[in-house]
Design a protein around this ligand. Sequence first.
Ligand SMILES: Cc1cc2nc3c(=O)[nH]c(=O)nc-3n(C[C@H](O)[C@H](O)[C@H](O)COP(=O)(O)OP(=O)(O)OC[C@H]3O[C@@H](n4cnc5c(N)ncnc54)[C@H](O)[C@@H]3O)c2cc1C
Length: 470
Amino acid sequence: MSTFVVIGGDAAGMSAASKAKRDDPDLEVVVFEKGEWVSYGACGLPYYIKGEIQSLEDLVSVTPEEFRDERDIDLRTGHEVVEIDPEERTVTARSETERTMTQAYDHLLIATGAAATTPPIDGLDREGVYTLGSMTDGKELREYVARARSEEDLQQLASGPACQYLEHCRGPIGVVGGGYIGVEMAEALSANDFEVHLFQRGDRILKGFSEPTSEAVADHLADQDVSVSLEAEVQELAGGEAVEAVVTSDDRIPVEMVLVGTGVRPRTALAEDAGIELGETGAIATDRYSETSEPDVYAAGDCAEAEHVVTGESAFVPIALTANRRGRAIGRTVADQPTEGGGIAGTAAVKAFEIEAVRTGIIDHEAARNAGFDPVTNAIKSKSRAGYYPEGGTVTVTLTADRDSGRVLGGCLVSEYGEGAVYRSHALVGAVTEGVTVGELSNYDLAYAPPFNTTWDPVLTAAKVLEGKL
Ligand SMILES: Cc1cc2nc3c(=O)[nH]c(=O)nc-3n(C[C@H](O)[C@H](O)[C@H](O)COP(=O)(O)OP(=O)(O)OC[C@H]3O[C@@H](n4cnc5c(N)ncnc54)[C@H](O)[C@@H]3O)c2cc1C
């Protein structure tokens, strides 16, 4: 019997473990997870902190007991793998009780994910400074919100009007970083009546999205009373034992809590120590089958690179579907059905209060030029539903294509929440992935009915207009 060992028990790891065991029930599948949670949806944490999801357990899709009892997977939670020995084909793991064990493998998957990064500034270790990268972080943040609410509610019960009648009566709170976690957390905290200040060091939030999209989301945050400071490089989180202020080059904003959401870095230490090659992005280099530089050692998810469908280059895009999809493909491969993991388009969506935004492909002109394209971008605004239909809003579509070939390189959509920016992007993802031209995209036979779109869906209109411009 051969043994498939997996390091990391979340999206990539458990997808691979489950698929391998399903396709080859004779395979011994051993998973090491250093924490207590497996198969959890970290993507749901902002909504748990906000209070829309009541328990952390609700974020778990398959429990450890189900993996063990129903799927016959040898899942060892509370076990951190501390060494991989590719020569001997073994991993060494340490349990919470400090017991060390060695496990032999025939196939190995490194699915260790990514860790939240913080900028090199003073004060990160002060009380009241949080990051959001794990279930434990999510639990602490929810407890913070609950504490603030209950203390205040108690005070107000004794002495004054209840907080629910006052807007933004809690905080203030600083959110450092205007990526999707910063934006989602700004909503989660503001919805709990905290006064929120978001600090972004560049000239716009959601840097990976198009400019019109970033502007629409920033304007909407401002409408919701989130104070957005652009070009605000945070220099220090000042205070005593606890954080008291966010200090930028030209401001000092008092705060009682700070959430730092400044990106993630792939967890690669184990792989590096084992002599496994990293790619230029700093994540683990892999081939189309997600195999690393060591035979029979695979890597997938937030710790690994994958091939970009537009540039053909290795890219690092830490996002959930890639982890699940590539994990599943590895499961098939180790069960003797070699399966490619598929490329990535860098598709990502975000909701902020009553607005939704999505991006896919290559939008940034410098990145497009580096990949050998001559990018042209155009943005259009279109109604989300037929003009005569009683409801509806506006969808802004930004589309980028190559001047010579007309190939669709990427795009962004933004609309009111529920007006379909994200669902409409699926056609665009198809076009980007298949390498079609804007002319071909404008001829896609998309569904139409008045409650959903205009006869020419906004994506089709954007393609037509950009084709004309090219
Ligand atoms: C707040 C938040 C919101 C997000 N929102 C979205 C979203 O809306 N859409 C989206 O697509 N993606 C989102 N993501 C990203 C998504 O959660 C990740 O892409 C996905 O979880 C990656 O899965 P993974 O299996 O590669 O890594 P992870 O989920 O990070 O899992 C890795 C696991 O490996 C374990 N591990 C690490 N080292 C070891 C070791 N040495 N030994 C044993 N175990 C180890 C870790 O404890 C962890 O459980 C979000 C992430 C966060 C934090």
